[in-house]
Design a protein around this ligand. Sequence first.
Ligand SMILES: CC(C)(COP(=O)(O)OP(=O)(O)OC[C@H]1O[C@@H](n2cnc3c(N)ncnc32)[C@H](O)[C@@H]1OP(=O)(O)O)[C@@H](O)C(=O)NCCC(=O)NCCS
Length: 159
Amino acid sequence: MEPRFFFVPATTNDVDRLAVLEIDLFHTDRCSKKSLRYLIRHAHVVIARQQDTLEIVGYAILLGRKNSRKMRIYSFGIVPAARNRGLAGKMIKALEEIVTISHCHMLTLEVSDCNNAAVNLYKKHGFEQYGFRLGYYEDGGHAILMRKRITEDLQGQKP
Ligand SMILES: CC(C)(COP(=O)(O)OP(=O)(O)OC[C@H]1O[C@@H](n2cnc3c(N)ncnc32)[C@H](O)[C@@H]1OP(=O)(O)O)[C@@H](O)C(=O)NCCC(=O)NCCS
């Protein structure tokens, strides 16, 4: 049977594993343990755990700013063994719920112009390109800027 996953907020107990994932999944612009610890307290760090093993198989960091209705995906990754099963898509849905609950209406992100898998993923889930930054990453790589307007569905709780 396919493994099941669930999404929960990260705690500071997860910092060591998340720091390893940052190294495994990204070759540049990684978050340090210190940053992860700070972000867990001050931003939204969502982890996906495999139900039977409780292993962390994915995570995302979502940033908001005071007096802004935009939120930004700062980091996002799924471990290779859990890919191609729609888990990233479910993580995006979980992030969109946080955006809605936070009374925000726009989700933005930057993605490397070489990262076809992620660009495809975001397009599939309704993100569109609105900009391009030359030399955005520490290794000189370029970034595609993407965004998605988050609308509350008609069943939503907000007035
Ligand atoms: C990008 C990433 C998050 C996708 O995770 P995933 O759980 O495999 O993705 P899902 O199964 O939910 O999404 C599938 C969609 O993403 C796109 N996609 C995923 N992997 C792909 C690949 N290798 N090549 C092309 N498109 C791909 C497709 O649009 C796909 O839809 P489809 O299955 O209908 O073709 C994962 O590959 C990853 O963590 N990569 C390393 C870290 C990273 O690049 N993070 C993004 C930083 S901005």
